[in-house]
Design a protein around this ligand. Structure first.
Ligand code: SF4
Ligand code: SF4
Length: 69
């Protein structure tokens, strides 16, 4: 079982990951003081399907963490 985690330092808000998540678990939010929108994962919706894994994020900002076997 995995869950997605997005590194907001790496995310540039390109939105490439939004469409790949059929569970609607990824959203773009504004994180002050940055003016850019950043992707965040709603872990209540993420089912660990791995669809947002490489090569989806051009910034390599999405980590799929194993949370249990
Ligand atoms: S694909 Fe990567 S850089 Fe683009 S919005 Fe998603 S996490 Fe951010
Ligand atoms: S692992 Fe699957 S459900 Fe979770 S954010 Fe990525 S695409 Fe969406």
């Amino acid at each position: 079982m995995h869950e997605a985690c997005i590194d907001s330092e790496l995310c540039d808000g390109c939105q490439d990951c939004l469409e790949c998540c059929v569970y609607d678990a990824i959203a773009l939010v504004r994180m002050p003081p940055s003016k850019r929108l950043k992707a965040v994962v709603d872990l209540d919706r993420c089912c660990g399907c791995l669809a947002c894994g490489p090569p989806i994020c051009p910034q390599d900002g999405i980590e799929l963490r194993r949370i249990r076997a």
